[in-house]
Design a protein around this ligand. Sequence first.
Ligand code: SF4
Length: 182
Amino acid sequence: MNVEFDIVPQNFAGKFLLLSCCAPCSCAVIKTLSEAGRDFAVVFYNPNIRPLAEYIKRRAENERVCKLYDVPFIELEYDNERWCELTSGLENEPERGKRCSICFYMRLKRVMEYAKANGYTAVASVLGVSRWKNLAQVNESAYKAAGRKHGMQELRAALIKELDLYNQNYCGCKPLIKQEEK
Ligand code: SF4
């Protein structure tokens, strides 16, 4: 099973899944891949998002983007209890710390299992798109080296505005939500 973060190789012709965390991070990738005729579906597996109302809001926005670009949208289970178990004891970790590694691993592993069981040959993700993530730093360098950074980032910003997408101001998990909002 391949795992490609942010960039799906041009010569990859298989059917793949794109793990999306939210509409703002995935809109430019979804539009670009859809217009290029790539065979893919978006999978929404984000049991890390709290509270539930926020999860529902992000899911609805991501589904709206998929409908716009005629891309299948798959929602997997909202297993927040399991996510809390796995990250228990790491509540005070900073963003980009150990809790995030477990969070990424849980989500990618589940999506890879789903892909295998359902005839997809690869998994891609936009988890590194957020400006708060370590992967973003790695991918930033890759985009820069490939001369692609500005195109995708500008398209992302333009689509957020054009589609009036809800653009949250925190990654997703409970430890990062202020006490009064829990
Ligand atoms: S900050 Fe984001 S990536 Fe890190 S654990 Fe929380 S939801 Fe997951």
